[in-house]
Design a protein around this ligand. Structure first.
Ligand SMILES: [Cu+2]
Length: 663
């Protein structure tokens, strides 16, 4: 069982940047510290812009690639798989996106400034909140905790030259031994960015506001409650790789949590949370000059849910048991306004008011046979039901599927076992597991969803079987003195792999589309991921970092799967001395000659880009000012990666400054 932790602020100066990154009294945190096999990925963040986006940050993980449809709201691919195959949670909460075109992944509703770390669980070990193939990314926010730290505050501001992005915000926290609160506000505003060479990428602007608040109160020495709220609002978001933009993407995310610590010598934590979130997405093409037909495509997603987890120790066992459930409602519409005002508007439900109900349990156990040999085990079972609430939506789909019923229930299972063996300078890990997932709302019930990459309209298939996967993973780490080398690889054999395939008998709705693809299940597909990571501290204050990774994906007929990362690498040097630090790195990719032509992909050239930055912390009594200056894509390369939707070019040279003032 592999879990990774990415910690946002443990960069040299980072721990105190916002002055409030204290241990979190949550089960996840405790569990993860125990079962982590691979190294924490903090060091990846040394290369980060402090005020970069969550997307910039997640992309540093070897397990994650980002599909980019513009400058905002990138779609995280975990283990080479798009979001329908993974589960992204925020402090353990399920949130469903409201866009049929994946313009609003869950990660787009969080801000780096109130974020603490991401816990990434691969494959079946990530199934505690529902069925998943790739695993789970849990985003954990910062909490001041009950530790008498008093008032702390920060003001921060940043600027990026490539899109004239302005970043501004403030964070405040208060902590006593009975009460704590965190309040953060962040604002970002960006114009169109320029690609390498200076071409302006039209429709790549965005504006975002994020407000986050958490408060905790200790009821007794053992019991505490916590309430949390996020309000995130993005307006005027352009998607240069897509034919439509977003005038509003809005999420309200609320929760209340109750924790009971040290119930008995065996049970040391019981944590229960109830939550609700409401996501609204307004997509249109009103800013595009020439379109064959004007379209409005709003979407809504509402989720309410709970989880309760009990964690304990017994003899050599460290175990956790959790129950979770949620209800989501997803609805999306498309209205087409013909250019001829005498023609009537056309209305469709692209997501036909679908309820998804999930309830399940998950158990985890870690057995410490000896200090050198540990065994991990997890298993889960859940029931999943979809029902279509709209008669209009149901009858629209029944044109394709006359026998379909409005409701369908599935069972979702997962099981995983692994061991880790520690000997002298070596740490080896192995695991094997099985997991499955239900088709997403789009895959089962989507109605004429236009994919601008392959230019097909996609129609869902309510008769799809669960997608099932067997995952094997291996890892090895060598650590001696100033050198750490880590290798890992994992292999997914996915049965009933869900993908859209052309149906020549059907006629597309979208003007100019190539045709219609209907989701179907392939016999199987296989994905292999591997990465090598090296760190060497060769002189006091100096370190070298290198990473290389590669993915491979094909179906049972040896056809390439879409959006699979070619060979990728990053090498860099870092220097730290007292309040100064500086870094330079080179990142690049091999030519992408293994691509999915069926998905509209074309070969991609190799590229190399260079990034440099320098930062300094200034102390004024108990106050602190951190200044970071840097340049990304220093030589202004014009390039696109395998994950740039429709080959949209990446930004050219970007000079940035981050200022953070703490007190
Ligand atoms: Cu959208």
């Amino acid at each position: 069982m592999k879990k990774y932790i990415l910690t946002a602020w443990t960069i040299g100066f980072g721990l105190t940047v916002f002055g409030q990154d204290y241990p979190i009294d949550s089960l996840d945190n405790v569990m993860l510290d125990e079962i982590i096999i691979s190294q924490p990925m903090d060091k990846q963040l040394k290369d980060s812009k402090i005020l970069g986006s969550i997307d910039n940050y997640l992309e540093k993980s070897a397990s994650v690639n980002m599909i980019k449809r513009g400058a905002y709201a990138w779609e995280p691919m975990l283990q080479g798989m798009a979001t329908e195959r993974s589960i992204i949670t925020l402090d353990g909460m399920r949130i469903y996106s409201a866009c049929t075109d994946k313009m609003d992944p869950v990660t787009s509703y969080v801000e780096i400034t109130n974020f603490s770390k991401a816990n990434i669980s691969s494959g079946p070990s990530g199934a505690s909140h529902g069925g998943t193939i790739a695993g789970n990314i849990d985003l954990v926010r910062k909490r001041a905790g009950f530790n008498n730290a008093g008032f702390k505050g920060s003001l921060f501001s940043g600027f990026e030259s490539v899109n004239q992005q302005l970043i501004a915000g403030t964070g405040m926290s208060y902590s006593s031994d009975r009460f704590f609160t965190n309040l953060d506000f962040t604002y970002r505003d960006a114009d169109n960015y320029k690609a390498g060479g200076g071409d302006e990428i039209m429709y790549s602007q965005f504006t975002k506001y994020n407000l986050s608040a958490i408060a905790g109160y200790k009821l007794t020495d053992h019991q505490s409650i916590e309430a949390s709220l996020i309000y995130d609002r993005a307006t005027d978001v352009g998607y240069p790789a897509l034919p439509m933009d977003v005038s509003l993407a809005e999420a309200t995310i609320a929760s209340v949590q109750y924790s009971y610590k040290d119930l008995s010598p065996t049970f040391n934590l019981w944590e229960t949370k109830v939550y609700y979130n409401n996501v609204k997405h307004v997509m249109d093409d009103s800013h595009r000059p020439d379109v064959p037909i004007r379209m409005d495509m709003p979407g809504w997603s509402k989720t309410s849910g709970f989880y309760t987890k009990l964690k304990g120790n017994y003899l050599k066992h460290k175990f956790a048991f959790s129950l979770s459930g949620h209800l989501n409602n997803s609805l999306a519409e498309m209205t087409m306004h013909p250019n001829d005002p005498n023609e009537p508007d056309m209305y469709m439900m692209t997501w036909p008011d679908v309820n998804t109900v999930y309830g399940g349990f998950f158990i985890e156990d870690k057995v410490e046979f000896t200090p050198h040999l540990n065994l991990d085990f997890s298993a889960g079972f859940g029931l999943h039901n979809n029902s279509i609430k709209s008669d209009f939506g149901l009858s629209s789909l029944q044109v394709f599927y006359p026998e379909m019923e409005s409701s369908k229930t599935r069972s979702i299972k997962s099981i995983n076992t692994g061991f880790s063996f520690h000997h002298n300078r070596w740490l080896h890990g192995f695991s094997v597991g099985f997991s499955e997932r239900a088709p997403s709302v789009s895959e089962a019930y989507g109605f004429y969803l236009f994919n601008s990459f392959d230019a097909y309209d996609y129609v869902g298939n309510p008769f799809l079987k669960n997608e099932k996967s067997v995952e094997f993973s291996l890892s090895t780490q060598y650590k001696f003195d100033k050198l750490t080398v880590k290798w890992q690889g994992n292999f997914f054999h996915i049965y009933d792999y869900i993908i859209g395939k052309p149906d020549p008998s059907l006629i597309p709705m979208t003007i100019g589309a190539n045709g219609i693809k209907v989701y179907e299940a392939l016999k199987y597909a296989e994905i292999f991921n591997t990465d090598l990571d090296l760190e060497y501290r060769f002189l006091p204050g100096w370190s070298f970092n290198g990473r290389a990774s590669y993915r491979y994906g094909e179906d049972f007929e040896k056809n390439r799967l879409p959006l699979i990362q070619p060979f990728n690498y990053r090498v860099g040097f870092r220097f730290d001395k007292r309040k100064w630090s500086a870094e330079a790195d080179l990142e690049g990719s091999s030519k992408n000659s293994r691509y999915s032509a069926e998905f509209g992909e074309t070969p991609k050239d190799s590229y190399q880009i260079v990034n440099v930055s320098v930062s300094k912390v200034f102390d004024f009594n108990a106050k602190k000012l951190t200044v970071k200056l840097g340049a990304e894509n220093l030589f202004d390369q014009d390039y696109a990666t395998f994950s740039d939707w429709n080959n949209i070019p990446r930004p050219g040279r970007n000079l940035f400054v981050n200022l953070i003032f703490n007190w």
